[in-house]
Write a protein that binds this ligand. Structure first.
Ligand SMILES: *Cc1c(COP(=O)(O)O)cnc(C)c1O
Length: 453
């Protein structure tokens, strides 16, 4: 499979080139040149384990890693999960919760980042290259990205996070990793400051080249690819085409579901569940994509206004027409809004915004009726599914984090403190972090010094 940019300025990249490029060099996002049709293979794939299905699906999209090597990397990535099927499955009457949080950092981001780390290691060793990953996190991405590359010789990872503004457990998941290639940077500022510092560092192309900077955020194609697998896997477990409810921030997770649908997996509908940051719910209702200010909610990983993967969806919505896409994105960049003129004509997607009260009510309902604890992100998807779910299709709710990662919200909703042994084990461990002011020069100097050392 070859890769091209949504903006039309990059084409004919191999899979590993796409992996290392991250964001396309023309400012667009990388997508495969074709979406393979797997409908003829589904009967055979129904009996596959998660790892076997991952090997079958991912293999269709990788043209330049030897199949036995690729299959080994995939098997190793999912051996780190502590559920025998990788994905957990919990039926609550008409809804089924698909648990994606059985990886090392208890968030669904492990599914993609455990594989991404191993792909980087393999490709860099082959090319005799090094990579310095720079990322900013408001919580889950940092820990999962660190867990994916810790201990590797050809990668260093630098994660910026706002000091005192992520949860103490999320901080411990990063700062207790003492491997030499891991650098946690507590920034005296907000998450927006961290993201701005990251973007400005990447924007200095000479610096980026000199220090071989790479990115792990969800615009990386390999992250989307790894996420297609669990939609395929879950859809093959139901007897009729399933409806998925997906707690959504950057649109990466639900975009993977869209690709699984396009590949021919039995998927009836997708519910895009948002919190008070409802730009996507408004888009699907009206066709207008318009930023407003960021609201702080109980589901911080979804406190996002501009969904970085949305461009991929729009590209397919415009029938792969880069010119129409560019016009829309330029309009959006200049005015903070752009419109299709009418609600998108799609029976596939539905979307709703779930507020704080509804999120807490969903958590307390699942506890009372099923003795099941939802984390606040999953609760947004659960509440959306209860509102919009069809009567005639199995409804699968994607569970994106283990509730023990968000104890305050769980206590507020249910009165009980959720725990997980791997989080309990972090308390009291030695930590390492560096503190910096929200200053571009300080960040660049820190990186330069660490890389030369
Ligand atoms: C990242 C994250 C999300 C949002 O996923 P997107 O791919 O950005 O839409 C939802 N829930 C949790 C727990 C997350 O960490």
């Amino acid at each position: 499979m070859k890769y091209k940019s949504t903006r039309g300025g990059v084409a004919d990249l191999s899979f590993t080139d796409a992996l290392l490029m991250g964001l396309a060099s023309d400012g667009g996002l990388l997508v495969p040149e074709q979406i393979p049709d797997v409908s003829g293979k589904l009967d055979e794939w129904r009996s596959c384990s998660f790892v076997e299905l991952a090997q079958n699906i991912i293999g269709l999209f990788v043209d330049d890693i030897e199949p036995t090597t690729l299959n080994r990397l995939i098997a190793e990535a999912y051996a780190t999960f502590d559920h025998p099927d990788v994905v957990g499955w919990k039926t609550l009457d008409k809804l089924t919760v698909v648990e994606l949080f059985h990886g090392p950092t208890l968030a669904f981001k492990d599914v993609a980042l455990q594989l991404l780390g191993r792909l980087f290691q393999h490709v860099l060793a082959q090319r005799k290259q090094r990579l310095n990953i720079l990322g900013a996190t408001s919580g889950d991405t940092g820990g999962a990205a660190i867990a994916g590359v810790r201990g590797q010789h050809n990668v260093d990872i630098f994660i910026l996070y706002p000091e005192g503004r992520i949860s103490p457990l999320q901080e411990l998941q990063m700062t207790t990793v003492l491997d030499k290639n891991v650098h946690c940077i507590a920034v005296n500022g907000t998450f927006d400051d961290c993201q701005r510092l990251m973007k400005e560092t990447f924007a200095d192309l000479e610096y980026k080249q000199k220090y071989q900077l790479g990115a792990v955020n969800s615009v990386n194609w390999a992250r989307v690819l790894a996420q297609i697998v669990y939609y395929g896997f879950a859809s093959l477990k139901t007897s009729t085409a399933a409806e998925f409810s997906v707690p959504t921030g950057n649109f990466g997770n639900v975009f993977a579901a869209y690709l699984a649908y396009r590949m021919g997996f039995p998927i009836a509908n997708l519910i895009v569940a948002t919190n008070d940051n409802d730009i996507l719910a408004r888009f699907f209702a009206t066709g207008e994509y318009a930023v407003s200010s960021v609201h702080q909610t109980l589901s911080p990983a979804m406190d996002i206004q501009v969904a970085s993967n949305f461009e991929r969806f729009l590209y397919y919505h415009f029938d792969e027409d880069s010119v129409r896409l560019q016009t829309f994105m330029t309009e959006f960049a200049e005015h903070g809004k752009a419109s299709l003129g009418a609600a998108p004509n799609t029976a596939l997607f539905r979307s709703v915004a779930v507020d704080r009260g509804q999120t807490l009510a969903a958590m307390s309902e699942a506890q009372d009726l099923y003795d099941y604890v939802l984390d606040p992100h999953t609760a947004v998807g659960y509440a959306a599914a209860k509102q919009l779910g069809r009567a005639d299709a199995p409804i699968l709710c994607i569970a994106t984090a283990h509730p023990a990662k968000f104890p305050e919200a769980v206590v507020a909703a249910t009165g009980t403190v959720p725990t997980h042994p791997s989080l309990d084990a972090l308390v009291g461990l030695e930590q390492r972090k560096s503190s910096l002011n929200a200053d571009l020069r300080a960040v660049k100097e820190f990186l330069a010094t660490a890389v030369s050392a």
